[in-house]
Unconditional design. Sequence first.
Length: 325
Amino acid sequence: MDDMRYFTKIYELVLKLQNCGAGGMTKREIADFMGCSMKTVERKTTELERLFGTAFIRGAGYPATFRIKSARLPKSVSFNANDVSVLRNAAAVMRNRNRSEEAGTLSLLAEKVQILLDDRESRSSEALAGAESTVNCPAPRRKIDASTVDLIKEAIKTWTAVSIDYTVKRSRRTHTFTLCPYGILHSDRNSYLLAADYDNQGRENVHFFILSNIRKIAFADKKFIMPENFSVDDFIKDMFGMYNEKPIDVEWLFSPQVADEAAQFVFHSSQTTEKRPDGSLLVRFRAGGVLDMAWHLYTWGKEVKVVKPRNFWKRVELAEQNRWG
């Protein structure tokens, strides 16, 4: 059975379990409906119980029966095919970015919403499912242990310090750190733990730790205080890319040939733009991260010129030297 037919059958089973009345369905009835083995029924009923929680009702009699209690939403709350499509696309993006845990959660949420659609919206949702996709660009993806992310999130919620064995990128040596985890940051290349050393806490002492370089992690028997009003978005607002550097004033001049295209880009949240009489476009912003800036500038070739800072390419050279030691 191909994936689409399989998920359609699961969806039909959920609808049947919702509409089978108080008597429910036995495992044998489910197996006959699905055209599968009793062992598969065992696995699927366990998954459905996890998915629907207390709405999945297991009868106490013999043979055991199963049903799903239909949800009754307020009339002011409704979903449509586009809602399901957005969730499925978001799951695909997360999967492409090696964030399998979030992808799984979004996929489950999409199926939950799908069940709440009326017949017309449900058919529209299935039509959209085959009409939209995301490009899975070939690129190296670092393996991230989902249990590591789970532990970090729990530590953030409970303000508990963590102990990690971490391999430093430059030296390739593994060290042990006791950290106060403040947040997690995802990028196209890596995902990072933002944390401060337990003995040197505060937002001014935050360091970036690549999640895939964490070899071992555990709760430390210590509590910490989260910096007041700390948010990852606020912390990275002066960054261009992933290099946490002191922000500088930047000006890029795009040629008339690419000015219209460049005007469609948001290079940084602080940017302002100025269309010149000759048709060129001047973009100004304030941020740190010259290496990431340089990598992006290369994609524009000779159609862009760095006006400020004047020593920009010298800064890039020094940053490259520091990056590789």
